[in-house]
Design a protein around this ligand. Sequence first.
Ligand SMILES: Nc1nc2c(ncn2[C@@H]2O[C@H](COP(=O)(O)OP(=O)(O)O)[C@@H](O)[C@H]2O)c(=O)[nH]1
Ligand SMILES: [Mg+2]
Length: 407
Amino acid sequence: MTELRNKLLKDEFKEKEDIKKFPIIALLDISEEEYKLLKEMNLETIDDLASKWDQHYEKIIKKIPKERVNSWIAASRLLLVGDTDKITTGAKIVMVGTDNAGKTSLSIALKHRGALSLLFQKLYALTPTRGLLRSKIEVFGMDVHIHELGGQNVYREDYLNNPQQYFLGTDIVIYVVDVQAKDRFEESFEYLKQITNVTNALKLKVPWKIFFHKSDPEYEIDDKTTEIFSSIIEYMTNNSPYFNSAKDLFRTSVKIRSSILGAFSHIFRDISLIQHGVIDASEQAAKQLKADFFGLYDFRSNVCFAQYSEQEELEDLAHTAYYEAIETIVNMREPFLRIRRYTLDKDVNEIFILRDLRFGGDRYIMAMFTQDEEMARSLDQDAIQEIIEERLKDWIEFRGYATFPLD
Ligand SMILES: Nc1nc2c(ncn2[C@@H]2O[C@H](COP(=O)(O)OP(=O)(O)O)[C@@H](O)[C@H]2O)c(=O)[nH]1
Ligand SMILES: [Mg+2]
């Protein structure tokens, strides 16, 4: 705990008692001017920020970048852990879309490990979900409940008539569109409009994500489809306050599993209050490991929560390499290490290293790309463990306090 205080507070506050009453300026990364703005909105102490932030959130983020505000809220919550244990809630994702869009397949493909042929056997055998299907994935110790709303007409009416029953307490809504089902675009768009209408009427401040799913590598999108997509994006931009087409839109396919892993990982990082701390820590770990990509994956769900990438393209490649590597591991219960070489454009050679790690009672999988032969050869398990532990342990320990319930 003291270590956390050191990371979050300015020097002069590190030794003092009664954090609750500290002025917000005690936080390490906040300027006088920003503090003044918060004070004008009646947020003065760490306690105010941890417990009353939501009353002023919309106003504040018009003046100060949301990422900064989120990191202060997270910091104050973390500092008050103990007083505010109840904030560990886990997260709830609702997945919607017409039947057959691929909702069930998405979470199966994300979690699957072992031979790829087995995955496709599973997906092939799927039958349309009836009514509500609940499943759970674990993302860095946080329970994430996925509620899939079966898409047939008979059920849709119920969601639209009793939206509170299905949507209250939701952290994210994912709308899944089947890009290959051209004859059902109209219907899918109509359903999306109906749902956004009811959630808007409920005043649910939920971030929406759109998956253009079944974007298989060999499938070509025609002009008419592109047009429909543009109208969906335009509609969402105008009708959902939190929708940002630059980051809330994903092309996914079970045939490119990295697309699904990438999408879910982005979403979790995005809703986490501690994202900035985690990004910084990941970058430091990467630098120390001389890695061009560094990722820490949750052992059970595969979601990559902590990530740093020197170039954006490496992210996809890393997720692909990750799946390829774990497909070959027969016994995941035993400690494992995988090393593989990849030649990229311009004769750049990247060494991919994958290994399992433990923090506390939990297991993680670390993946990295490095061009440094010497580093790759000399890295032993303890060294990696030590570096990551030093950089990321606090964040991992407090991850559960860092979900972002917008409502
Ligand atoms: N080509 C292709 N088919 C998919 C993809 N994802 C799912 N499917 C297939 O679409 C069908 C419906 O999937 P399902 O997950 O049951 O849809 P849900 O009704 O929305 O839950 C199944 O036959 C899947 O195998 C994908 O990315 N590409
Ligand atoms: Mg289903």
